[in-house]
Design a protein around this ligand. Structure first.
Ligand code: FAD
Length: 289
């Protein structure tokens, strides 16, 4: 299903679409474990799922493998694709393969810069260039792009940042999905700033529940600008073990989603980290599971 149809169906039914993000495992065993996780999550009937593309294209083959497998299971899949680490010919080949397989939704990203200093210069400098490339070659593809409610670390300033986001939409993006955040004010303010910038596509909040203290530290690295509210940090600091951290993190994420649903968000994107338990519990808390 084209991503626009996902949002249109939601509009008609009044049901907010929930989506799940997975990353491709490195080993065959990891894939088997992930398929079990995904089977557990399928009862929640996600509107679509997305699959990440490792820094500098490092997961190229495994991303493709997971995307095709999920597509074959009848899911609407959004395949992440990045500028970093790929030549134009490689990107063209990836898109041609997806098109031939009937996979027609892409999240177009600049990508995390690979650690390998000798990595080839990317064919496209910014995500907007990749969006334009995809849109010109495959106008029937659905295209998503990333948004950063708390600002992107490389942005020169917070005003031009919105111009660059608008450029991605003007180049052909159908929706925006955001970086994780813990304070809904940041998202709601971002959504308003998008409207002020003339951006009129669905803006989907990305939610990642904290489930362990070490996971929170990794999140801080992953989303460098992300602000951890004091109330959340205090509760987590006082938690005696990770079971309690997970209870706190899941309760926080549930409350965030409740407020976001009240604010009529166009969808909710859950970063699953390839685990089912937090998402299942959030659904239960919301009375949806
Ligand atoms: C939902 C989501 C999913 C992600 N999935 C992946 C993934 O699968 N794989 C991966 O490697 N990374 C992923 N990332 C991380 C992302 O690739 C990085 O955060 C990257 O640094 C920014 O990507 P972008 O697509 O927003 O880049 P861009 O839109 O290109 O923006 C990057 C920076 O450049 C600035 N900029 C844009 N255009 C211009 C211009 N013309 N002139 C000057 N400055 C400009 C922007 O303001 C921003 O600061 C994801 C991020 C999010 C939020």
């Amino acid at each position: 299903m084209h991503i626009n149809d996902v949002f249109e169906t939601a509009r008609q039914t009044g049901r907010t679409p929930f989506s799940f993000e997975f990353f491709p495992p490195k080993t065959e065993r990891g894939f088997e474990k992930l398929y079990q996780t995904i089977t557990q999550l399928m009862v929640l009937n996600p509107a679509y799922v997305s699959v990440t593309y490792g820094a500098g294209g490092s997961t190229r083959d495994n991303t493709h493998k997971l995307v095709t497998r999920l597509h074959q299971r009848g899911l609407t899949v959004v395949a992440h694709l990045t500028c970093e680490g790929s030549s134009e010919a490689e990107i063209a080949e990836i898109l041609a393969n997806y098109n031939a397989e009937g996979i027609r939704n892409i999240l177009a990203l600049k990508g995390d810069v690979p650690k390998d200093q000798h990595a080839p210069r990317p064919a496209f400098q910014f995500a907007a260039d990749l969006v334009a490339f995809i849109h010109a070659r495959y106008p029937a593809f659905g295209i998503g792009v990333a948004g950063f409610p708390e600002g992107h670390p490389d942005a020169r300033n917070r005003l031009t940042e919105m111009d660059h986001l608008k450029a991605k939409v003007d180049s052909g993006a159908n929706y925006i999905v955001t970086q994780l955040f813990f304070d809904n004010h940041d998202f709601l303010d971002f959504r308003e700033r998008c409207v002020l910038s003339g951006i009129d596509v669905p803006i989907i909040p990305g939610i990642m529940p904290i489930t362990t203290k070490s996971g929170m530290v990794r999140m801080a690295d992953l989303a460098a600008r992300c602000r951890f509210p004091a109330a959340l940090l205090r509760d987590i600091a006082n938690a005696p073990n990770d079971d309690e951290v997970a209870r706190i993190g899941i309760a926080w994420a549930t409350q965030q989603i409740r407020e976001l649903l009240d604010a009529q968000v166009a969808g909710v994107h859950l970063y699953t980290l390839n685990n089912s338990s937090a998402s299942l519990e959030i659904y239960r808390n919301l009375g949806m599971g």
